[in-house]
Design a protein around this ligand. Structure first.
Ligand SMILES: *Cc1c(COP(=O)(O)O)cnc(C)c1O
Length: 482
């Protein structure tokens, strides 16, 4: 994929797989979509999947499995202790990551719970390129705090920087100096930095971070949940790695880190998670928490079927043709939207296409939740479900005031190997139509606002009748299209 050029000169990603199992999709008509969106309180989390045409809510646990993954699930060895499946998975990790010890967990945040309980103490700090929601929650729950020290370019909406997820080395030194190294619980690097648009860091940056950790005797922990996208970008964008295989890059990255953990809902096209290390002392410290919170050491809350699928999925992650599908589809979508003038985060990262709602609906104040309103509008005009990543996803402060987010994004995740290019073209087409009609999009206000995690369960309504106007405009342009 990506290495095949078309005679016509057209630059499109070509799928390096064929489809052998399919699921029928529904595309309700726009009048029904309006009704469904309003019944869901204008919250895309509350839609029924049967009413969604393209589910771009997340890449978590919804990636397509391969034939080899499916068949491996049939040989899963179901036993509480000493399962053959576990031994096979452990061997695969030893081969790919070259780590001796593996602790299974039910998903990524379960690994974070264990890491935070073992390493974070009250008053300590965790410097990281950028936080992820669940990571930060576990660190704060254990009395720690975080310092976000991604390079300045990382939080610029449009950029040409190939590695926007790089850690700023000067900021890292400054954090260590100001807190004192004994107050640094560990340093965390997140591959494919999720919340800033799936942006990668370079292998060189990881090496530089490691050097500073060594000089200060600090642990370096890698969140490898979005490793596969990051590997693709290192191979594509880092000159020094052009001739390395994906496996060689992986092994060099993992060897630089004291502990690596991941969500297998993303890495390995499966479900579950795990922690890997070569350090026996650290392993022993974490081990008892696995049995306490996850399950016995040979399954850790995962089903053996998922573990077999993960084993094959990790092997497949070493194949450039397989891991490049997601990033190349995203790149196609981002570049096409960019060409049409639609404001998107650039350069394209992994995970999904991110639309800059602050710019798309710049007539809406943040108090009317521009990214939430855009998510609602896009579902109404297309049946495409995205996720609000803006002020709705924040929480009010102690005095009940709104905390406005730095960015107002509509994230359109690209589950790996799930959509065809014509489906992606459909999404681009409807987004372009919506952009041309953006003045019609109005705001949202809460009718039910939960105190915590309001973005999951909150219900909102339109501030005016703008949604009816939007449907009317669509019907004018598409008198007889769904
Ligand atoms: C998804 C994710 C997690 C959490 O994993 P879950 O399996 O959803 O608990 C942690 N870190 C990153 C970078 C992620 O993308």
């Amino acid at each position: 994929m990506g290495r095949i050029k078309f005679f016509s000169g057209e630059n499109i990603p070509l799928e390096m797989h064929k489809v052998r199992i399919v699921q029928k999709l529904n595309l309700p008509c726009i009048e029904d979509r309006l009704k469904f969106m309003q019944e869901a309180g204008n919250n895309t989390f509350l839609l029924n999947n049967r009413d969604v045409f393209m589910d771009m809510l997340t890449d978590s646990g919804v990636n397509a499995m391969s034939d080899n993954q499916q068949s491996a699930m049939l040989i899963a060895d179901d036993s509480y202790a000493g399962s053959e499946t576990f031994t096979r998975l452990e061997k695969t990790l030893e081969d790919i990551f070259q780590t001796k010890y593996f602790l299974p967990a039910h998903q990524g945040r379960a690994c974070e719970n264990i890491l935070a309980q073992v390493f974070v103490e009250k008053g300590t700090v965790v410097p990281m390129n950028y936080h992820f929601t669940t990571t930060m929650a576990h660190i704060v729950l254990n009395g720690g705090s975080i310092e976000e020290i991604v390079i300045d370019e990382g939080i610029k909406v449009t950029s040409k920087h190939p590695f926007k997820g790089n850690m700023d080395l000067y900021k890292l030194k400054a954090v260590i100096k100001s807190y004192g190294k004994e107050k640094v619980a560990f340093v965390r690097m997140e591959a494919g930095t999720n919340l800033i648009g799936g942006q990668p860091f370079s292998l060189q940056n990881l090496k530089d971070v490691k050097k500073i950790c060594e000089e200060n005797n600090l642990l370096l922990i890698l969140d490898a949940s979005l490793l596969s996208d990051n590997l693709h970008f290192i191979k594509q964008r880092e000159e020094a790695c052009k001739n390395m295989s994906i496996k060689e890059i992986t092994q060099e990255m993992i060897a630089l880190c004291d502990v690596t953990y991941f969500s297998a809902r993303k890495l390995g096209f499966s479900r579950g998670g795990g922690i890997c290390t070569n350090n026996k002392d650290l392993y022993m410290k974490m081990r008892e928490l696995v049995t306490l919170y996850e399950g016995f050491l040979t399954y850790g809350g995962m089903s053996v079927r998922e573990m077999e699928a993960l084993r094959i999925g990790l092997e497949e992650t070493m194949d450039e043709d397989i891991i490049s599908q997601g990033p190349l589809f995203i790149e196609y979508m981002v570049n096409e939207l960019d060409k049409k003038g639609v404001p998107v985060i650039t350069p394209a990262g992994g995970l999904g296409c991110h639309i800059n709602a602050m710019e798309f609906v710049k007539h809406l104040p943040q108090s009317q939740y521009p990214a939430g309103a855009l998510a609602s509008a896009l579902y109404i005009v297309s049946g495409v479900r995205g996720m609000e990543r803006g002020s709705l996803s924040e929480q009010r402060d102690a005095n009940g005031n709104e905390v406005f987010s730095n960015m107002e994004l509509l994230r359109l995740a690209m589950p790996r190997r799930v959509f065809t290019l014509s489906q992606v073209k459909y999404a681009i087409d409807r987004i372009e139509w919506l952009y041309k009609n953006r003045e019609l999009i109005g705001g949202l206000k809460f009718v039910e606002e939960p105190k915590t995690l309001r973005f999951f369960f909150g219900r909102l309504e339109a501030t005016t009748n703008w949604q009816d106007e939007l449907v009317k405009a669509f019907r004018k342009d598409f008198p007889d299209s769904l």
